[in-house]
Design a binder for this molecule. Structure first.
Ligand code: PXP
Length: 239
């Protein structure tokens, strides 16, 4: 079965909207895990718009599955990762003005700055994943700098319909096949929902889908445990 990492950033977004101490992140993570989530994903952004440093440390103590920490290649954030030692780090590009992570990492263009950080994180026992567009050059660069895992950016797939969506699905499939042939673990995520995830489940070699916004939105109506369960049901029903 394809595994599910639930991204709970937007539980923190709700809290930060009023700078309250609720909703409680460890409680949200625990309910996702109770529903059967295989991991919890959080993104410690440079601008700290949702997840705060204290959340990372608090969740490190309470998560019982796997913590996947998304982060940019910024020295202060890398230092937090090396201190907290999550099971996994997913390196993402980051721009201050963006609403969410808008494109994949340019691994091919940033080999020299990424390679030492990937090595340092791996030396600390952390699995390193690189968030990339479904592009052969980026897949090959990820393998070349020693990342064991990639996460394929499904945003373009999610944002389009019709022929463009079909084309994006083909790109994702090709990238997954190429990555698998190079010995990489293949994850995917961004913009996935109950409505659009089915075709994604047919991509070969998928290990984990990281899904956040749609699950947290659905949770407003049915609760986060049920929202997680509904997505897991989808993943389970796929052969
Ligand atoms: N994967 C990565 C690398 C991301 O940056 C995000 C968004 O934080 C997600 C997955 C989850 O995307 P969404 O919230 O659209 O499900």
């Amino acid at each position: 079965m394809i595994r599910l990492g639930v991204n709970i950033d937007h539980v923190a977004t709700l809290r930060q909207a009023r700078r309250t101490d609720y909703p409680n992140l460890p409680e949200a993570a625990a309910l996702c895990e109770k529903a059967g989530a295989h991991g919890i994903t959080i993104h410690l952004r440079e601008d700290r718009r949702h997840i705060q440093d204290a959340d990372v440390y608090a969740l490190r103590k309470t998560i019982t599955t796997r913590m996947n920490l998304e982060m940019a290649n910024h020295p202060d954030i890398v230092a937090v990762a090396l201190d907290v030692k999550p099971e996994e780090v997913c390196m993402v590009p980051e721009r201050r003005q963006e609403l969410t992570t808008e494109g994949g990492l340019d691994v091919a263009g940033q080999r020299d700055t990424l390679a030492p950080v990937v090595a340092a994180l791996r030396a600390a026992g952390i699995t390193v994943s690189l968030f990339i567009d479904p592009d052969a050059r980026q897949v090959e660069a990820a393998a070349a700098i020693g990342a064991p895992t990639i996460e394929l950016h499904t945003g373009a797939y999610a944002d389009h319909t019709g022929a463009v969506r079909t084309q994006e699905l083909a790109r994702l499939t090709d990238a997954a096949q190429r990555a698998h042939a190079l010995g990489l673990t293949v994850n995917a995520g961004h913009g996935l929902s109950l409505e659009n995830v089915d075709p994604i489940l047919a991509i070969p070699h998928l290990d984990t889908l990281n899904i956040g916004h749609s699950i947290v939105c659905r949770a407003l109506f049915v609760g986060i445990e049920q929202a997680t369960r509904e997505m897991l049901d989808k993943l389970q029903r796929h052969p």
